[in-house]
Design a protein. Structure first.
Length: 331
């Protein structure tokens, strides 16, 4: 995981010395907005019109943040309107790569469908030649204006949730107005303590920072288990009925990786998701939602984390297990 400094690539890991051993995630910088008519987005952000074939999505199948956008692309039937390029799971000295010749065919990139670039950082400098910052996925590119619309996953899924409805006729709403304050409240603690909590645990370089992060992570998972013992999904309507919302899909991408990667690789091993009955049943419900299983690639997930993070796993040996029952059992 490197970064660009004034448009120049640097193979540089996160600097935890300045944060006393704690992992601190950089905020996404490129945050414009797609709307149905091209009007300005929230807080006056530049508006881009929702049009079929205009936008291209760059993702990694391993990355939980990119996975969110693939899920919403599926849920909202946008496959024929927004095309995709997939990087290789190996993130090495050049960052995310479009490796179409990987010796293991499972891990070959689709290639960069727009520019035939070799590396994701070239997409960023195509957008802004002197860009400075981390090179992350997902990235949503506008083919018409030849620029990045957004590299913030939480906002890309909001755009996908509603901006293209007039094209698809799919008006399923995962961020309904009546529940937004409840969804936002859940998203807040799930993001800090679980989605990012696994990274704060895994990338901590001091024992005290690790212990703080992993303790908070499992308090939050215990909280999720308690909620799901009472209702099917994280957010309930005024009648106390759990309703599937974006909060569930944002949590799902962490849960689906948890036992395969975070338990061992990130030392999040106080409990497994398999040890939580309500969360396990919930994970299976979400995984078996129409179209979702096809967005999950456990091979890419395991390969990326265990092979790319050699500062954590210097042998780069990818473990054979674990067996994951949500992949095989019907619920």
């Amino acid at each position: 995981m490197g970064l660009l400094v004034n448009g120049q690539w640097h193979d540089q890991w996160y600097d935890t010395e300045k944060s006393n051993g704690a992992f601190e995630r950089e905020d996404a910088q490129l945050r414009n907005w797609i709307t149905a008519d091209g009007s300005a987005g929230p807080s006056g952000r530049d508006g881009f019109k929702a049009e079929s074939g205009r936008y291209h999505l760059y993702v990694s199948l391993a990355c939980p943040w990119a996975h969110r956008t693939l899920i919403f692309r599926t849920l909202k039937q946008l496959e024929n309107h927004i095309d995709v390029s997939v990087v290789s799971p190996d993130m090495l000295s050049n960052g995310w790569e479009f490796d179409r010749h990987h010796p293991d065919s499972r891990f070959r990139s689709s290639g960069d469908a727009l520019f035939d670039f070799d590396y994701m950082h070239q997409v960023y400098t195509r957008n802004k030649a002197d860009y400075s910052g981390r090179v992350t996925v997902p990235v949503l590119w506008d083919k018409q204006q030849q620029c990045i619309v957004s590299n913030e996953s939480s906002e890309i899924i909001r755009m996908f949730n509603s901006a293209f409805d007039y094209l698809t006729g799919n008006d399923d709403d995962y961020y309904p107005a009546a529940l937004r304050s409840r969804i936002d409240e859940v998203n807040q603690w799930v993001y800090h303590d679980i989605n990012n909590g696994v990274y704060k645990s895994g990338f901590a370089t001091r024992p005290d920072q690790y212990l703080t992060a992993v303790t908070q992570l499992f308090k939050a998972l215990d909280r999720v288990e308690s909620i799901l013992q009472q209702q099917d999904f994280l957010v309930a309507n005024d009648h106390g009925q759990g309703i599937i919302t974006e909060a569930d899909w944002r949590l799902f991408t962490t849960l689906v990786r948890f036992d395969a990667v975070y338990v061992g690789h990130f030392k999040c091993n106080i409990r497994r998701i398999a040890d939580y009955p309500a969360i396990s049943a919930y994970l299976k419900r979400l995984y078996q939602h129409p179209g979702i299983a096809e967005t999950v690639n456990i091979d890419h997930i395991k390969r990326h984390y265990y092979y790319s993070h050699d500062m954590i796993n210097p042998t780069r040996i990818v473990p054979a297990g674990p067996e994951l029952d949500f992949l095989t059992e019907q619920f």
